[in-house]
Design a protein around this ligand. Sequence first.
Ligand SMILES: [Zn+2]
Length: 96
Amino acid sequence: MTIIKVTCPRCGDLDLQVWQLLARRSETSASYEFTCTVCEIDVVKDIDAPTFERLSKAGVRVVTDLGPMTHDYVAAATRYLRENDLLVADALTVES
Ligand SMILES: [Zn+2]
């Protein structure tokens, strides 16, 4: 299990598992967020693109805010995930 080291402004360094973080990217910026496991405050930190990529590759959930989703975007994203062996069955589960 990949451990991500983060810092809470109140509690200091924390070791979180990937599912406890969320990485967010827009056209101009990137950030990650988590809820501190000790004091339970929500922490948001700006990060650079390479850090975003590292988190993404580590398996952190990613939210992109790059404008409306198009069919081409979804197709390209699916292709990327498949080529990089990142496609997980859970991501394709549709609840009925
Ligand atoms: Zn804390």
